[in-house]
Every structure is written in C-alpha cells, then in structure tokens.
Write a protein that binds this ligand. Sequence first.
Ligand code: GLU
Length: 290
Amino acid sequence: MTQTDKIITRFAPSPSGLLHLGHAYSAKLNYDFAMENGGEFILRIEDIDHLRCKTEYENQIFVDLHWLGLKWPTPVRRQSDHFDDYAAALNKLSDMGLLYPCFCTRRNIREEINESSRAPHLGPKMGPEGLLYPGICKHLTDKEIAEKMAANIPHAMRLNMDKALKLVNEPLYWEDLNTGIQKATPEVMGDVVLARKDFPTSYHLSVVVDDDIQNITHVIRGEDLYYASHLQRLLQHLLGLKTVTYQHHGLLKTKDGNRLAKRDKSITINSLRESGTHPEELDAIISDYL
Ligand code: GLU
C-alpha cells in the first residue's frame, strides 16, 4: 500500500448460518477502521459452498448488518457469481506446475495418518488447523493420474507447497497492525486444497483473488485465521496480486471459555434484535465476551 491509497476494508461472511455477536464484532471493527480513516467498507458474500450456503441466510446478513448501522456499496460481490475469476487463478498456478490432483477420500487420509503414526520419525505433521495432508497423491505418476481421471474418480487440486516455496526462493513478509511485520511461514499449512472436489475453488483461493479485485487494503478478522494469512500472503505472491495489511482480533468466548459458534442461537444478531436489544448496546455486550 502507498501513502495515498484509500483504506478499503471488508467483511466477508459465508451465508451458512445466522451471524452472531462475533461476526458483529468483526464487521464493526472493519467498518469503524475504514470510517475513522476516511476509507471505504465493503461487504462480500462468500458462498462458494453451495451445499452449506442459503439465500435466506444471505438475506438475513443484509438485515443484520443494516440493523448494526453499517453501510456498503452495492451491488455486493457474491463469490458464486465469479467462479471464472477463481478458475483463471487456478489455471495460472497449474501452468506454473504448482498443483497436483488429489483423489483421496477423508478415509484414505485418516488411514494413511494412522499407518504413518507407527513410524514416529516419519509420522503425520501437525498444522495449526489439524494434521497436515500426508502427501498420498503428491507423487502419482502421469499414468496413474490419467487412469484415475479416466475412471472419473473425483479429485481436488492441492498446492505443492515444496515447489511453491522453491519457486519463491526468498522470505515473504506481511504486516499485522497489532504485531508488526511477520515473516510468512505458509509451510505450516502443508499442501492445502485450492480447488475442492465439490466445487472448483476454495476459501483461500477465492479470498486472495477477491481481495485483489476489490482493492482491499486491510483485512481485519479473527485470530483463528492467523495462519491463513501466512498462506494467503504466499498465494498473493505466486499470483502476482496486491498484498494487504492484516489485523487479527481476539475471538469472543462464552463464560465457560468456548468460542461463540453459529449454533449458539441465543447470541445471534437476529435474536438480540428480536429480544429488544438496541444496536448501541452491542459494544457493551461484546465486551462481556472478550
Ligand atoms: N468467509 C470467511 C468466514 O466467514 C471469511 C474469512 C475472512 O475474513 O477471510 O470465516
């Protein structure tokens, strides 16, 4: 970002459930940061997962965020309208030789991990979001791949992290507003899926493409996505996209220390509104959960 760039933040919910207090917190942080800096706040609907996302939830997002007092430009970018953009990015990575098809089922992966746990020195590696993909399909020959393709075995596309890092061949850095310059360590995420079996993109790929297209300068989101930022920095570099500044906020927790989740119906924005809460009271309610 240069000094003269206008600050553009975004809130990018998935319409797979009702928004809760944690979403309100994140959306308001993005909104306030943009407004305080004479910038712009954008809403984006992240609905690539057609099995989990529903129009009724999308409509509810608009109602909830309006109730919070937020405003955003329209039309709102809906990811499901832009699969071509994600396909172009995927093709670029494929042309660079950085992807490989993965035919594994969850079960194959689980079995491989169980098997390899018996050899601790070669055993499964733990990443920030669980055990890493053990690389079963990484070394398939062209012939094996062709056979599986011909047999119509569904496949995802994974990033070959070793190849990607070799290609970059220099440390990448990104800025976090809270903790300063960070050295990117995308390798902790392993060979992530960039195009899923059930739809031809992934959260990580769509997000970096959209952040670039929408000229986002600051991404403010929960600390659960801290390592996603490391990976997304790598994807930005590989795809020649603009970088962004990040900030990772704490997650709201219930009194017993659990993270708020979509299943905590009592603290959805909708239920707060219906029980007569005023939007001005939200900051106080949110601070009870921080
Ligand atoms: N759709 C993602 C979510 O709801 C957005 C994460 C992000 O801000 O990058 O978790």
